[in-house]
Design a protein. Structure first.
Length: 221
């Protein structure tokens, strides 16, 4: 073969190599949203609302994925599948005390890997025990409450004509239901604890269901 033919053959080979090189598909871009997950609850909670991850390739093509998590207080609905996918992350903070817990989820698809930070904040267990004071409509109210688990007992005073009352009821965070039994009348208090220092709800002038109610706000003293 002449030198000229060798040069032509080499140029043709280089051209073919370059052509095939430019035809190679670019790497796929993995998208996982949201970029982080944050759960909030109280110590003693065993079940919190699920959160979700949406996973797909930016190029809108299908493909397999796998996931690995390093937390002991949540689980994934599955750890593999085909993109696009909607992944459930279910927190189960059984036995955890107050504090902040950190973990992560790593999602891998093709040559791409995305790490999603996951945090859990558990506040101390709420307690109603103590003195509360405020008003319901024009009635001034003071209550001394004692909480033991879900049971609430105590005593208090409601402005005339009610007077002194004995208190019994139940507490399921954040909801409170109390019966205030006086010498001549019985009241029903239904409230919620939006934060550790305020109770907001309603007061019925009779314990009979369906009785008219007035707005109530009590403050921890």
């Amino acid at each position: 073969m002449s030198r000229r033919l060798v040069v032509i053959a080499g140029a043709a080979t280089l051209a073919i190599a370059c052509r095939f090189g430019t035809d190679l598909a670019p790497p796929l871009h993995l998208i996982v949203t949201p970029e982080s997950l944050a759960f909030h609850g109280r110590a003693g909670d065993t079940l919190l609302p699920d959160r979700y991850l949406t996973m797909s390739f930016a190029e809108k093509v299908e493909g397999p994925w796998t996931a690995v998590e390093d937390g002991t207080w949540f689980f994934l609905s599955t750890d593999e599948g085909e993109l696009p996918f909607f992944l459930t992350v279910a927190p189960r903070p059984i036995g955890l005390g107050p504090g902040t817990y950190s973990a992560s989820i790593s999602v891998v698809a093709g040559s791409q890997s995305v790490r999603i930070p996951v945090t859990l904040d558990l506040a101390p267990v709420a307690s109603l025990s103590g003195r509360w004071a405020g008003r319901a409509d024009t009635l001034h109210i003071t209550l001394q409450l004692e909480q033991q688990g879900v049971a609430v007992t105590g005593s208090g005073t409601v402005a005339a004509p009610v007077g002194g009352v004995g208190v019994t009821g139940t507490w399921t965070d954040p909801n409170l239901s109390l019966t205030l039994a006086g010498p001549a009348d019985t009241l029903r208090l239904v409230a919620a604890l939006p934060n550790d220092n305020v109770l907001t709800g309603t007061l019925a002038r009779s314990a009979t269901p369906g009785s008219p109610t007035v707005p109530l706000t009590l403050y921890r003293q």
